[in-house]
Design a protein around this ligand. Structure first.
Ligand SMILES: [Zn+2]
Length: 301
């Protein structure tokens, strides 16, 4: 369990890769300072001039970073609907309640973005403000009765803010020189945020991830056990390799993580011997019975 809050579990992968990235970054910062220091104090005139050029160069890249992120926030504000007490208040309330319970001091700015059918959400930090952007297809699922799944996704996004992932990333940037390290860390962060989402809505953790896998209507038809078994039945070198480049673990790994944190390692052990089985009937029943929503709007007219 998390040391300070004690109610959600921080992924061991996030902890381990954070430690490695921190060490690499600190070493690189020290190295950069030492090299610049040596250029200024011991270098010839030409080297000293190069060292002084590094300050405006660093400033230039910082300004580029501000510009890129500022424009992105500007785009969100231009093309999204801002949620609040007078705009989809029930969804805004989920965000403000989860924020309060997570100890996030100010409720983030929440936006609804029409994203052409994508089922997703993301969060972002810019200076002192936090943003949560929810894609409209996900909110359609909410208004069709899939409240648990959407609550899980919202809490997951707030998890990134709670864990200060955006600020940490800035400081850890130098460690990106180590291939695959940053992506491995991001995947650990995703598992932690799934745990945070699960804390707020355990049922939504399963239905939410299944929804991301199969879509907001078809997910109800999916066999959870068979899907999770893909971790073993679909294992291949290429799937292993591609994961090294990705910021998110595959969805069946994420499902295993929220179902039981020890399942991933147990699964690996059992994979070579006999088919993996565990009883999911109760969980499946809960998902299927979660809501009897009206799906007629998705039917061909
Ligand atoms: Zn995430």
């Amino acid at each position: 369990m998390d040391d300070s809050l004690g109610f959600y579990e921080v992924s061991t992968k996030e902890k381990a890769y954070f430690a490695v990235r921190l060490i690499v970054s600190v070493v690189l910062y020290a190295l950069i300072i030492a090299v610049i220091g040596a250029m200024v104090t011991e270098g010839a005139d030409g080297e000293r001039a190069k060292a002084t050029f590094l300050i405006p160069a660093a400033l230039f890249f910082f300004l580029l970073y501000i510009l890129r992120n500022g424009l992105f926030i500007g785009l969100i504000k231009s093309f999204s609907v801002k949620l609040g007490e007078k705009q989809l208040p029930e969804v805004y309330k989920i965000v403000s309640d989860c924020s309060y319970r997570l100890g996030i001091k100010r409720t983030p700015n929440v936006y609804l973005l029409q994203a052409g059918g994508s089922l997703n959400a993301f969060s972002k930090k810019f200076f002192n403000s936090n943003y949560v952007v929810i894609y409209s297809d996900l909110l359609e699922a909410y208004y069709q009765g899939d409240k648990d799944a959407v609550e899980f996704v919202i809490a997951h996004e707030l998890g990134h803010i709670k864990r200060n992932h955006f600020i940490k990333e800035l400081f850890l940037a130098p460690s990106a020189v180590v291939p695959f390290l940053a992506a491995a860390y991001y995947r650990g962060c995703e598992l932690t945020c799934d745990n945070i989402g699960k804390f707020f809505n355990p049922k939504g953790a399963l239905s939410g991830l299944l929804m991301l896998a199969g879509g907001k209507v078809i997910y109800r038809e999916l066999n959870l056990e068979a899907y999770i078994n893909q971790e073993k039945t679909d294992a291949s070198f290429w799937r292993w390799l591609v994961e090294k480049f990705l910021s998110h673990p595959n969805l069946y790994k994420r499902l295993l993580n929220v179902y039981d944190p020890t399942m991933v390692s147990k699964f690996k052990v059992s994979a070579s011997s006999k088919p993996y089985k565990y009883d999911t009937s109760e969980v499946l029943e809960k998902i299927v019975d979660a809501d009897k929503a009206d799906y007629s709007r998705y039917m061909p007219k």
